[in-house]
Structure formats: C-alpha cells, structure tokens
Design a protein around this ligand. Structure first.
Ligand code: SAM
Length: 214
C-alpha cells in the first residue's frame, strides 16, 4: 500500500539528503543477495532515523532487528563520540555480512551485533538506553516494549517500525494475528501515561515514544 501519491513520494525522496556510499552498497547488495529486501529501512526512513539520532546524540542505542545493518548504521550517525550501539538479530546467516559492513563503517568500534532471540538477549543487557529502535517480529512488539521500558532513560526515545502494517490496522476485514497485535501495541502506547507519543505516517508507520516517567 502507498500512503502518498507516487509522484509526491518521488519528490519527497528527491528532496531528502542522499545516503552515503556504504548505505548505497548495503541497499544494492541486499536487493541482489538477501531474501525479503523490502525489510530494509531504505534511504528516506534511514535519513529520518539518522536525523532523530543526531538530535538525541545518544550514548547508548539498542536496535531489535538488524537485518543487513542498514538502520543500525543510520542510527549510529547520531551517536555521541563515546556512544555505542547494540543491535540484535535472530538470523545467524546474516552475521558475517553485517559484521563486514560494520567494519567498513566509521563506527566499527562502537557497534555490537548480538545473534539470538531478542527476548533472551535483552534481559542480559544492563545499559540505560537513550534510543531504542524496535523492528523485529511483530508478535513480540508488546513484549519488547515491556522488557526494554525499564532500561530506557527518562527522556529517552523508543521508535517502533511498521505500526501501520500496510494500512491493515484500520481495515476491519484484517483479523490476522500480526495486525491485531500491532493494533494492541498502538493502543497500549496511546494509553501509557508514562510516555508522550506520536504515530508518524512515514513509510509503514513509525511510532515515536518519549519516556517521561518511570
Ligand atoms: C524488518 S527486519 C529489520 C530491518 C532493519 N532494522 C532495517 O531497517 O534495515 C526484521 C529483522 O528482525 C529479525 N528477527 C525476527 N524475529 C526476531 C527475534 N525473535 N529476535 C531477534 N531478531 C528477530 C529478522 O531476522 C529480521 O532480520
């Protein structure tokens, strides 16, 4: 589903700063060699993540759902000089590729890829995060939010991708489990008095959540 007219979409992209050469390479190679390239954030959403991260200047970033590392490298652009980013993915087939891209980047010392189910890894993390990007299996979005919330600083930001689920969240005929879970996730955030949130219709929908209290 396209949320805006395709000409307008093209114009929007043409008036957004372009991605760097490494991100271009990741995008190209993902489309050529990796299953489901549509999962990659892409240049427009990637620039948004990069700009948000640059405004936050995080010391600690957590990403749930690395895929080929595109969004991790966009988020890393905002890291403070001593900042670090941990990204988790369950798919060990992508490990070598992602580590190679991280090595090529100027943030290689700041990035850690952890392979395994995110719900098993998150409890082992002892950081206070300034920025969390949730972009993995939809069925666990609520679990991820509950697990990470205590590990996010007050004032920190949680961003969740795909919350419009190609528009299915408002389609009464869509009753599949992922759609229902995303509706539940969006409603849970909307009713959470500890946060201030905005659902942005960027790409497949980004929920931005600022933690205002514990
Ligand atoms: C949409 S892709 C991430 C895209 C990436 N953030 C980007 O924008 O380029 C979702 C990723 O979540 C991973 N994933 C799915 N279930 C997971 C789980 N239980 N734990 C960790 N990662 C998981 C998948 O292997 C996949 O690579």
């Amino acid at each position: 589903m396209e949320f805006i007219d395709s000409n307008l979409d093209k114009y929007v992209v043409e008036h957004t700063s372009i991605e760097n050469d490494l991100l271009k390479k990741i995008q190209r190679e993902t489309h050529l060699n990796v299953l489901q390239p549509r999962m990659l954030s892409g240049p427009f959403q990637g620039k948004f993540l990069s700009l948000i991260s640059s405004l936050v200047q995080p010391e600690k970033i957590l990403e749930i759902g690395t895929y080929t590392g595109y969004s991790a490298l966009c988020l890393a652009e905002g890291l403070s000089k001593s900042g670090t980013l941990i990204t988790i993915d369950i798919n060990d087939e992508l490990e070598e590729r992602v580590k190679g891209y991280f090595q090529e980047s100027s943030f290689s010392d700041q990035l850690t890829l952890m392979i395994g189910p995110a719900l098993s890894i998150i409890p082992q993390l002892e950081h206070d995060f300034d920025l969390v990007f949730i972009d993995a299996d939809k069925k666990n979005y609520i679990n991820y939010y509950k697990e990470i919330f205590p590990k996010v600083k007050v004032g920190g930001l949680i961003i969740a991708d795909n919350v419009l689920w190609s528009g299915k969240v408002v389609d009464q005929n869509a009753q599949d489990p992922d759609t229902q879970l995303l509706r539940d996730f969006n409603l849970m955030i909307q009713n959470d008095a500890r946060v201030s949130n905005i659902l942005l219709p960027i790409r497949d929908g980004l929920m931005l959540v600022r933690k205002i209290s514990n």
